[in-house]
Design a protein around this ligand. Structure first.
Ligand code: ZN
Length: 362
């Protein structure tokens, strides 16, 4: 309350706010921890995964007891936050966040929507779904990502539909502080397997904390109405190269014809793009199907190079097959050129999506 721009009024605004934290892993645990300590009144924490011992290097809300208990990340976070700040209400959602459920899950009991969405996601497909929902409903969205020694963050204060009159514009648009959405900047999600993941390339703990805390700072600015202080640039940090760069992205909105925030077509939220899963009967396997604008972009050799340290990998021009052990369990991962994948070793769609996100990446 002593800080300029906060005061008692700012603290009260935090208490009355709902933040939706998508993903409660490396970024999400730091974000949930700091927002709870800051006194944000309601946190909705969504994550589909369980805690593994290898998560503890960076996922600061969890400990060895949580691994032994085998409880899901969202529930473990809820338990821990109850001990940190008992006045914060936590809604834990143990589910895969996707186009079929996100609009329901960002809605509070009284029918209002979350005031902000904070990104703790491990794949681009989910980010594009989140971006769509943020633009459609005019909810600020704080993007963040980290892998290796590198991280990025960026605050999206979404534009209203072109032609919206002043009275119906969000406060940030009237203040001239609206920013381009993710699709203004990256038109499409990168193809699967293009980028390293934390499970194939590793991640240094501090870069996660730095990015997550940048996200928390932007969240606190937005929720307290300090819109002038929100950074309109995309921040890029490399802790090994000692770089901290800011990319000015403001022109991406004016310069482009964004499908999402200008044309108001929500292709990821409508399920036009993205993935779907099918459990394959009697085979203890799940098929994942990717729909993207320009298909056939998988680079098998690059994916194989990243998977070899984790198991046996075979590649031919038509498919890639890898035998992987994850958390002691054996899985067979088969990728096809058309973007399909079959994860053998589970009947659970969420487990299959986890394995895919960890070792191939979205
Ligand atoms: Zn846009």
């Amino acid at each position: 309350m002593l800080l300029p721009g906060f005061g008692e009024e700012g603290q009260q605004k935090l208490r009355e706010s709902t933040a939706f934290i998508v993903g409660c892993g490396a970024l999400g645990t730091v974000i949930a921890n700091m927002l709870a300590r800051a006194g944000v009144g309601h946190l909705i924490i969504a994550d589909r995964d369980f805690i593994e011992v290898t998560n503890l290097q960076r996922q600061v809300l969890f400990d060895e007891g949580d691994v032994a208990d085998g409880i899901p990340k969202a529930e473990a976070a809820k338990r821990k936050i109850a001990r940190i700040n008992s006045q914060v209400k936590v809604t834990a959602i143990v589910d895969d966040i996707n186009h079929t459920n996100i609009e329901r899950l960002i809605t509070c009991e009284d029918g209002s929507k979350a005031d902000i969405i904070v990104d703790g996601v491990d794949n681009f497909e989910t980010r594009f779904v989140v971006n769509d929902v943020a633009v459609k409903h005019g909810i600020p969205y704080i993007y963040g990502g980290a892998v290796g020694t590198v991280g990025m963050t960026y605050a999206i204060l979404p534009h209203a539909a072109p032609g919206t009159d002043d009275a119906n514009q969000p406060s940030w648009e009237r203040a001239g502080r609206a920013t381009p959405c993710i699709r203004c900047i990256f038109e499409q999600a990168p193809p699967p397997g293009m980028n390293p993941t934390c499970d194939t390339a590793g991640v240094i703990g501090p870069v996660v904390s730095i990015i997550a805390n940048y996200q928390v700072a932007e969240t606190l600015k937005v929720l307290t109405g300090n819109l002038d202080a929100v950074n309109p640039a995309m921040v890029h940090v490399d802790l090994w190269q000692n770089h901290l760069k800011q990319f000015k992205v403001a022109r991406a909105y004016d310069a482009g014809e964004c499908v999402c925030c200008k044309k108001r077509e929500f292709e990821f939220l409508d399920g036009k793009f993205g993935s779907s899963t099918t459990t394959l009967c009697g085979r203890n396997a799940v098929q994942l199907t990717q729909k993207s604008a320009d298909g056939d972009r998988l680079d098998f050799e690059a994916i194989a190079d990243r998977l070899r340290p984790h198991g046996t990998v075979k590649v031919n021009p038509f498919m890639l097959r890898a035998d992987i052990h994850d958390n002691g369990e054996p899985y067979e991962l088969t990728l096809f050129k058309d973007g399909r994948a079959i994860v053998k070793g589970t009947k659970e769609a969420t487990t299959a999506k986890n394995i895919y996100a960890k070792y191939v990446g979205g």
